[in-house]
Design a protein around this ligand. Structure first.
Ligand code: ADP
Ligand code: ZN
Ligand code: ZN
Length: 699
């Protein structure tokens, strides 16, 4: 794009008019691209600093403007960071797409996805950093000993052959491989072939906890290449350095969480999205983008292959593969021929009930765990709820440990004797007695991982007859830096008999000695109002099952236990057979008849206010406005309803679902409708904020 328009500034110096993307919050109503004057041509994608009000802000040259009205004196840009190569047109196009699709301003998205430290640099500090990076670009091209690579399995080979036939071409492939089928090896080989073509590779992983593991595997394989990570666990300086290495083309592999989809990668040759179904690919604030979906778009934009891997693909992806829009590569067996763990469904209804106590851990499960300990094998017990108990209760007066600021219970944490709200963070010491009636006997109801750990310690014996060695991994136990790593290492070193944890432990980890995985209370998701809850549960259980028997020698004896009050449920029947396809089919049938995604397209409009009435009134007015629009017939706007946790930190949250048959129709409606809401907002005093979530994951 050429900067071609010359205007005359007040001081008479010839000047060019530039459009500059700056960070303008959505509610400002600006699209975040403002006009400035410059004395020389600047390529789009160049970083600049510009005055905004009384501040100096970072901006990105977006495009040449049209002829400037001569009567307007444009403010000049302050300076341009020309030492940095401009962001590519493809990068700018990705940002524009993201802004348009998720209904945010271009400037907001463009600047939010840059490393924060980059936005503060002046020329001098940028020059210093670039100089430091100028060190050898690659850690010495050592020869890669192909001889040491494991021979590929037949399935891996056919997947790679299929990829190779369209290498260098755009296109999306779904690698549907059971856990332990060796998907990572396929990523590694596909990456190697892109690297051999002189290209860079972008690898996305769902969890920051999993980046070190995958990074280690890539680092081991590509010792002659430079790999950088991009995720929120880096220091600002690290993040900037890694980003710059990618941007300058020095890093061959960029590995990161969802934010990495926006990495500036000039020689992009392949995008891998591991565990493509994982909910953490969806950003939950600001521009609520799906990194998986943006990766697909980016592949299309830059004409590179996108490889989506999963044992339990999202139904959206599965559907597209079924329609032939994605190429499907299947790896149905584990490397080394190991069997999938046998699934045992424990019918909790048939257990003898002791008076007043529901047994959380069934005797057969306890026996199985004990046997594992005797055999020096490890078990993983999985419960998706942290803390000791979700609520404290006074049997005399009925008091419960509610949060005064949220519509939620405060969770009892026994280790530090606190009551904590997991929504607003309110933390208080546990009262000695009931705050309402003074009764000293307030009791926990239900259980979280802390209590599970305590119960297992009581109910199991170690091999030496003493206490069993139990480790717990959840957001509480891993708060301090390095503690997660330490716990994982203890598990790998065989120093743990039973690992207790939330979904943090169910994903990704390559545990070699675990032969039993148990889900002790997974039923809640079966009856959730969120239509995606069963899909998420199934994926999680399949993934958890995949932690067992990863060592082929032990696979035959490995088991997945599920305690349930609903043993006949179709989800568990499919799980028992490890039958993702049957599960996907039944879910898709249900979705089709209910008109839910992927058979329709959704957006959620959300309003927050001190009172639910204010939030609801805003949404109702918004719905009336939508009804007036030319595209109104193409979408259904449902009545506003409270969110599942209606109040958080004294803010009432109400949401309204918008549904359309086609993506395009939904986009047309949102594009004309949402701009009106900026004005509507002003008529609703007390409204704190509103936001839209396109393709929401949680309903
Ligand atoms: P997935 O990601 O599909 O769950 P992984 O890629 O973690 O599976 O592979 C499972 C295990 O099998 C890993 O320990 C890996 O090193 C090993 N593996 C993968 N491919 C091969 C192969 N071709 N030959 C031998 N071992 C392999
Ligand atoms: Zn009481
Ligand atoms: Zn709270």
């Amino acid at each position: 794009v050429e900067i071609s328009v010359v205007t005359s500034l007040a001081d008479g110096s010839a000047s060019l008019r530039l459009q500059v993307a700056i960070e303008a919050p959505q509610h400002s109503g600006l699209d975040g691209v403002l006009d400035y004057a410059a004395e020389r041509r600047l390529a789009p994608g160049t970083l600049v600093r510009v005055p905004l009000g009384r501040r100096q802000v970072c901006g990105i040259v977006w495009a040449a403007g049209q002829a400037a009205p001569t009567e307007v004196a444009l403010k000049p840009i302050s300076h341009a960071l020309t030492a940095l190569p401009p962001l590519s047109p493809a990068w700018c196009a990705l940002v524009e797409f993201c802004a348009r699709y998720y209904q945010r301003s271009i400037g907001e998205v463009a600047l939010a996805v840059l490393p924060p430290e980059l936005r503060t640099l002046d020329e001098a500090s940028l020059a210093r950093r670039l100089k430091r990076l100028a060190a050898p670009a690659s850690p010495g091209a050592a020869d890669r000993g192909d001889a040491t690579l494991p021979p590929l399995t037949h399935e891996q080979q056919s997947a790679l052959d299929a990829l190779a036939t369209c290498a260098g071409d755009a296109g999306v492939a779904l690698l549907h491989g059971v856990t332990g089928s060796g998907k990572t090896e396929v990523y590694l080989r596909a990456a190697a072939s892109a690297l051999d073509r002189g290209r860079q590779v972008l690898v996305l992983v769902p969890e920051i906890n999993l980046t070190p593991q995958l990074e280690a595997r890539f680092a081991e394989r590509f010792s002659d290449r430079r790999i950088v990570a991009l995720h929120s666990g880096l220091t600002p300086a690290q993040r900037l350095r890694h980003w710059l290495r990618a941007h300058l083309g020095q890093a061959d592999l960029v590995l990161g969480t969802r934010m990495a989809v926006f990495a500036s990668v000039p020689r992009l040759g392949l995008i891998v999205v591991d565990e493509e179904h994982d909910p953490s690919y969806k950003q939950q604030e600001g521009a609520r983008y799906s990194a998986r979906d943006l990766a697909v778009y980016r592949g299309h934009l830059e004409r590179v292959q996108v490889l989506l891997g999963s044992a339990t693909p999202s139904l959206e992806t599965w559907q597209r593969a079924a329609q032939g829009r994605y190429r499907r590569l299947t790896m149905p067996t584990r490397v080394g021929g190991g069997a999938m763990p046998a699934v045992r469904i424990v019918d909790m209804n048939t257990l003898p009930r002791r008076k007043g106590v529901t047994t959380a851990l069934s005797p057969p499960l306890l026996d199985a765990l004990q046997q594992r300990i005797e055999r020096e094998e490890q078990s993983l017990v999985f419960l998706n709820r942290r803390g000791y108990a979700p609520v404290l209760h006074c049997a005399d007066c009925g008091w419960k440990s509610g949060c005064p600021h949220c519509s939620a219970w405060r969770v009892f944490h026994k280790l530090d004797r606190t009551l904590r709200c997991h929504h607003c963070g309110l933390t208080e010491r546990v009262p000695r007695g009931c705050p309402d009636c003074g009764n000293l006997d307030i009791a926990p109801i239900g259980r979280g991982t802390e209590r599970l750990e305590e119960q297992l310690t009581e109910l199991l014996r170690g091999r030496d007859g003493g206490r069993p060695r139990i480790a717990r991994i959840d957001a509480d136990s891993t708060r301090t830096k390095g503690s997660l790593q330490a716990s994982l290492e203890a598990v790998h070193a065989g120093e743990v008999d039973v690992l207790v944890g939330t979904q943090m432990v169910a994903k990704g980890h390559d545990f070699r000695h675990i032969t039993l995985v148990a889900a002790v209370n997974p039923d809640a998701a079966l009856f959730s109002s969120d239509f995606r809850a069963p899909e998420r549960l199934f994926a999680l259980l399949m993934q958890a099952a995949g932690r067992a028997g990863r060592d082929a020698a032990r696979a035959a004896a490995s088991e997945m236990w599920v305690q349930t009050w609903h043993p006949q449920h179709a989800l568990y029947a499919a799980l028992r057979r490890h039958d993702y396809e049957a599960f996907a089919k039944s879910q898709l049938d249900e979705r089709a008849s209910a008109g839910l995604p992927p058979f329709s397209h959704l957006a959620l409009l959300r309003a927050d206010a001190r009172t639910a009435d204010v939030a609801r009134a805003f949404l109702q007015q918004a719905a009336l406005q939508a009804a007036q629009l030319p595209d109104a017939q193409e979408a259904v706007v449902y009545p506003p309803v409270p969110m599942s946790v209606a109040r958080i930190a004294d803010v009432e949250r109400v949401q309204m679902l918008v549904e359309a048959d086609s993506r395009a129709a939904l986009q047309r409606l949102l594009a004309t409708w949402l701009p009106l809401l900026h004005a509507l907002r002003r008529q609703h005093r007390g409204l704190l904020r509103w936001a839209v979530d396109v393709d929401p994951l949680a309903i």
